[in-house]
Ligand binder design. Structure first.
Ligand code: AMP
Length: 474
């Protein structure tokens, strides 16, 4: 599996950038995809963010665009040659930053456009001419309509995180965008799943694609300690606080199923004195970047987030992940807890299970092929009603049942309308990318072996089976 970049005969300008990034060998998706993309064939790649996918498509794409590099200042000499489409602003921003790094010793220009930001600076950049344009679909259409982006010389298009783009409802936008592109082009589609919708999309827009799948385990890393605690919605925050205190955990992600629940939970935790930030699709771009930065800098301890907002964020590892809500899609459970316990570090994943979640826990059991036990937690005393109950609501979890539109966290620029996530999605194919041993450990990982498991509270009662636990509540 360890292939060296030197086998690729990349141009010296690209090889130098790769060397500077400190990459020693290719990740599995890179080893498979780069040689294929270098031949100009269409690719259907099963991989998700964190696998080294960005370099897998951008390095060969840059290599093939080098024939167009030129020092001219004339915008006409820098038409858009490659278009990379992504579902969210954060992903677009991250991918654009990586492409800039890979292209830094070339004369190829790149830019990123996404919604939630002023169009003017983006327009100025586009007007100067760029060879590689990274974009979210809605904002790109705005620029096409404003005649800021002309796509008739595009040779490569990358549909990245295609499944998520379809989930969000971007299909009509994608179809429109693709209608502006020359028929003669290379199309690369990357998706964590190959659902029937994705296959249909590929059937319509890809020509004889080479399918690249990297091993597809639905496994959760052995280094993650997974615990399921029974908790009524009103008690969940107290369980989180208890686990954080008892385990001495400083930072954690807390996943919720809705934007509404996300903001509300973050506010409640903040009121209780925990340094918390919320990350969801209704936050402005600026707010999201600030929240992320604060978390990375250790100024914020808890990041409450929805699946869409968290997906693909380049935060390598956190000591713990809490599922405040059990995810509706079992695959999201695997994605969520993949945030912790990476690269051999130990991690803790706590899922808070309320009586109505039995079926969802069953879905997770089926997917990860593991019997899960839900434990009960002894909480010290009942909190005052005003502290634990959001005003005007019986419980934080109620909205999930009552307003389906609140469940999906889609970007503000969504145009295609609400479409619930398909339930029967394929499992994802590739484990998160594991950084090399030389990478410095995150600041919160103490050196030396860890024994997370040993720290279990005396207040946590012996395990009981899920069904038995909720028999009376069902
Ligand atoms: P991606 O899946 O493209 O979002 O990449 C995830 C992270 O892995 C990014 O921070 C990359 O800089 C890093 N990365 C990508 N390829 C390699 C590689 N071959 N060796 C080490 N790190 C890599």
């Amino acid at each position: 599996m360890t292939d060296s970049f030197s086998n690729l005969s990349l141009a010296p300008t690209l090889a130098r950038a790769v060397a500077e990034m400190g990459y020693e060998s290719m990740t599995p998706i890179q080893a498979q995809a780069i040689p294929v993309v270098l031949t100009g064939q269409d690719v259907m790649g099963a991989a998700q963010t964190g696998t080294g996918k960005t370099a897998a498509f951008s390095l060969p794409l840059l290599q093939r665009l080098l024939k167009h590099e030129n020092p001219s200042t004339s915008p006409a000499r820098h038409p858009v040659r490659a278009l990379v489409l992504l579902p969210t602003r954060e992903l677009a921003d991250q991918v654009a930053q990586q492409i800039k790094l890979y292209a830094k010793y070339t004369q190829l220009r790149s830019a990123v456009v996404f919604g939630g930001m002023d169009m003017k600076p983006q327009t100025l950049e586009l007007k100067k001419g760029v060879e590689i344009l990274v974009a979210t679909p809605g904002r790109l259409l705005d620029h096409i309509e404003a005649k800021n982006a002309v796509l008739n010389q595009v040779e490569y298009v990358v549909l990245d995180e295609a499944d998520r783009m379809l989930d969000i409802g971007f299909l009509p936008d994608l179809q429109r965008i693709l209608s502006f592109l020359p028929k003669q082009r290379t199309t690369l589609l990357f998706s964590a799943t190959f659902s029937p919708e994705i296959k249909r999309l590929a059937g319509s827009y890809l020509q004889n694609p080479i399918t690249i799948e990297v091993a597809r385990p639905n496994e959760t890393a052995a280094t993650v300690e997974q615990r399921f605690y029974a908790a009524q919605d009103d008690d969940k925050r107290r369980v989180i606080r208890k686990v954080l205190t008892e385990r001495g955990i400083k930072q954690a992600f807390i996943f919720v199923n809705s934007k509404l629940g996300c903001g509300r939970l973050a506010r409640s935790l903040e009121r209780e004195g925990l340094r918390t930030a919320a990350l969801h699709g209704d936050k402005s771009q600026d707010e999201r970047l600030k929240a992320l930065e604060a978390f990375k800098q250790g100024e914020v301890d808890l990041l409450v987030c929805t699946d869409v907002a968290a997906r693909g964020l380049d935060i390598k590892d956190v000591p713990a992940v809490f599922n405040f809500d059990v995810p509706f899609n079992a695959e999201d459970y695997v994605h969520r807890i993949g945030r912790t316990g990476r690269a051999g570090a130990s991690g803790l994943a706590v899922t808070l299970v309320s009586p109505s979640d039995t079926r969802l826990v069953g879905d997770i059991e089926k997917l990860i092929k593991k019997k899960l036990d839900v434990e009960t937690v002894q909480l010290d005393s009942r909190p005052q009603a005003s502290e634990d109950r959001p005003r005007g609501r019986a419980s934080e979890g109620r909205h999930r049942e009552h307003d389906p539109r609140d469940v999906l966290d889609a970007p503000q620029e969504r145009r295609g309308g609400f479409r619930p996530a398909p339930v029967n999605r394929d499992p994802f194919f590739q484990k998160p990318y594991e950084p090399s041993a030389s990478e410095t450990a995150p600041s919160w990982e103490p050196s030396g072996p860890k024994t997370v498991r040993s720290a279990i509270s005396a207040n946590i009662k012996p395990k009981r089976k899920v069904a038995a636990l909720f028999k009376s509540g069902e």
